[in-house]
Design a protein around this ligand. Structure first.
Ligand SMILES: C[S@@+](CC[C@H](N)C(=O)[O-])C[C@H]1O[C@@H](n2cnc3c(N)ncnc32)[C@H](O)[C@@H]1O
Length: 269
């Protein structure tokens, strides 16, 4: 396992509850569109890869699909299995899934491809387990990020936080542009046909303390960077967070944070 994937294993370890309370609610926004793009409805055999707390798996069950789900983090597997007892949930890591070729009509991954060290190999594996004519649909964050998405990163910079070597970036040869063209290209390079991509934009309304608490618990790369800072720097980052967050405040004191994600889908043939 490379440095990036090893970091991801550690970053998610034991964090299912903290994720579900913070980022999980943000990531839930794209789930209905993701399932639509993958054609998930009654009787469809679907695999939700990187299921996290099981948000996509749960909606797929409600649509009458036959649902399988996997995640690399044991606390996520346990939480998803509890939340979605109708789904078959198990532990597995991209880019090697414990399924035969072509087992599924649809394969989805909501904000997972941006957490793997080898995105091209991950996409090839999603394609492998989707059957003839099967559909693959994925989401990732777009870059440059929308203003609400950049809030904590800006506070980290303004507060003098330093990215520690323990928080790796993707190797250059594995990276790809986080644009509609870049993600479409990744699907096409994986051998998928008719790849299409759209940008999904929305405002995530959240309590500012809840948003901070997710990062303070180490959720997302920015949360991992925050955890690595000495207390004085954390206090400075928090001060800048409060100042920068003011521009997103709603009348009732919540934050309305603009986000944008890429949703791409394709078929195996
Ligand atoms: C941002 S969360 C998304 C969770 C869920 N799909 C959702 O929409 O809320 C990323 C998830 O991908 C999982 N993950 C990261 N790397 C993975 C890998 N290589 N294989 C499978 N799952 C992975 C993490 O454990 C985490 O649950």
């Amino acid at each position: 396992m490379g440095d990036f994937d090893a970091f991801e294993r550690e970053a998610w370890a034991g964090r299912a509850e903290a994720y579900a309370r913070s980022f999980g609610l943000l990531c839930a926004h794209t789930v209905p569109m993701l399932l639509d793009a993958a054609g998930v409805g009654a009787g469809v055999r679907v695999l939700d890869v990187g299921t996290g707390p099981g948000t996509a798996a749960a909606l797929a069950v409600r649509r009458g699909a036959e649902v399988f789900a996997v995640d690399a983090e044991p606390s996520m597997v346990e939480r998803a299995a509890r939340a979605v007892p109708e789904a078959r949930v198990q532990h597995a890591l991209l880019p090697e899934l414990p399924f035969a070729d072509g087992e599924f009509d649809a394969v989805v991954a909501n904000f997972v491809v941006n957490h793997v060290g080898r995105p091209a190999a991950a996409l090839a594996e999603l394609r492998r387990v989707a059957g003839p004519g099967g559909r693959v649909a994925v989401t990732i964050w777009s870059a440059p990020p929308a203003p609400g998405q950049a809030l904590v990163d800006q506070a980290l910079r303004a507060g003098g936080a330093v990215r520690p070597p323990s928080v790796p970036t993707l190797d250059a040869e594995d990276d790809f542009p986080r644009t509609e063209e870049g993600l479409t290209g990744l699907l096409t390079a994986a051998g998928l046909a008719g790849a299409r991509c759209t940008t999904v934009r929305w405002d995530h309304v959240v309590d500012p303390e809840v948003w901070w608490a997710g990062r303070a618990a180490g959720i997302a790369t920015s949360g991992q960077i925050l955890l690595a800072q000495p207390p004085g720097v954390v206090a400075e980052v928090r001060r800048h967070y409060d100042e920068l967050a003011a521009q997103f405040r709603t009348a009732d004191g919540a934050l309305s944070l603009p986000h944008s994600a890429l949703l791409a889908w394709a078929t195996t043939s």
